[in-house]
Design a binder for this molecule. Sequence first.
Ligand code: FES
Length: 444
Amino acid sequence: MRRLVPVPTEASVSVDFEGESVPARQGEPVAVSLLAAGHAVLSRSIKYHRPRGPFCLAAACSHCLMRVDGTPNLYACQVPARAGLQLQRQNSYPSAKVDVFHAIDWLFPGGLDHHAMFAGVPVAERVMVKVARHLAGLGLLPDGVPPQRQPPEVLQTPVAIAGGGAAGLAAAEVLSAAGVPFVLLEREEALGGRWRLGPPEAGAPATLTVGAQAGTVRLHTTVLGLYSDGRGRFLAAVATGRDAPRLLLVRAPRFLLALGGHAQLLPFIDNDLPGVFAGRAVSDLVRRRGVLPAEAPAVVGHGPELRGLVQLLTDAGARPALVLDTGPSPEAGALSGRVLEAHGRGRVQALSVEVSRRTKKKVSCDAVVLALPPTPAYEVACHAGAHTVFRPELGVFAVQADADGRTAAEGVYVAGDALGGTTAALAADSGRRAARALVREVAA
Ligand code: FES
């Protein structure tokens, strides 16, 4: 783990990590600062107190929940670093590094059903309930009173777009060119999604723009769901950025949901060890943050992201210890097989795999990078009334839609990885098709 680019003096700050001063770059997520400083364990799991480190860097896995300046359960992968920020790991005793409750994991290798423990044994049952109540929950109450909530902001638009990745951005360009006003909500600090942060892909545009800006783009804005009330339907989102979080309601008759997908995890023993990373988290670390997460990673997965990640890591100076294609139709000449087990105390140190002809091998490595197509983010679409369908060729459930992205929910279109992740170019194509259909609807 090392920084590829030194932090410039004017951006250099220190955060307080349980009494230790950790150097950071102003504004980068504190999970990145801690990783760059060699801290792999940021939290402990709730029940078995297994060590947890960042996996997705996208507020989706909960492996990085920390107490920040007295507020519990914040995603360290989303908290910007600033001088003096107080970071504490939670859910452990006496410390997350050496947690005595980790013994639960050793004592119950087959799992522990605390609901059934000592049930029916009068005194023991009462003691067990007391212990379970004491151990349950995550974090302690905040130190201070939360800031007063601001009233929600309300916007009205003909078309609301959720997600500013390849699909949402391509759709915005089509709408802009046709002069159709829209509001686009993007969780990140900039548009582009994996074009900007993912493993480099062929056909990625050199620059990212939103055409003639017929629309309003809101960055740092996370979509929560698509709701309806007496005045119609609206996207509910939380806007963050520099100010305190504020609820944003975007009212519209038509919606394009281009929310991408979630990082997939392969099933293998100890796949939750710190040092197991989602591929897009790794490309984000290298491309945006200038941090190389491993010198000798095992890169496993399939599809275009596998090749792209190996190239990205190699160009950044890493020497992959293993490249394994786990897909159903591996490329000619690729080492193929499946992952069996990750090894290490507190973080990944080796990986066991089964390769062709049932040969097992154990490879020393300092990280495991899972380069897999994302699992479609269908939640908001289903919330709005769309249906899902199983895509056997991808092995995922995706939103069911026609060729233009039209779903079973009236006025709700879907584009990009939510239809089944393939390439950024195909995601952009689906965004353009949906936008053209929306242009026709608005004009009708
Ligand atoms: S939620 Fe922060 S790393 Fe996954």
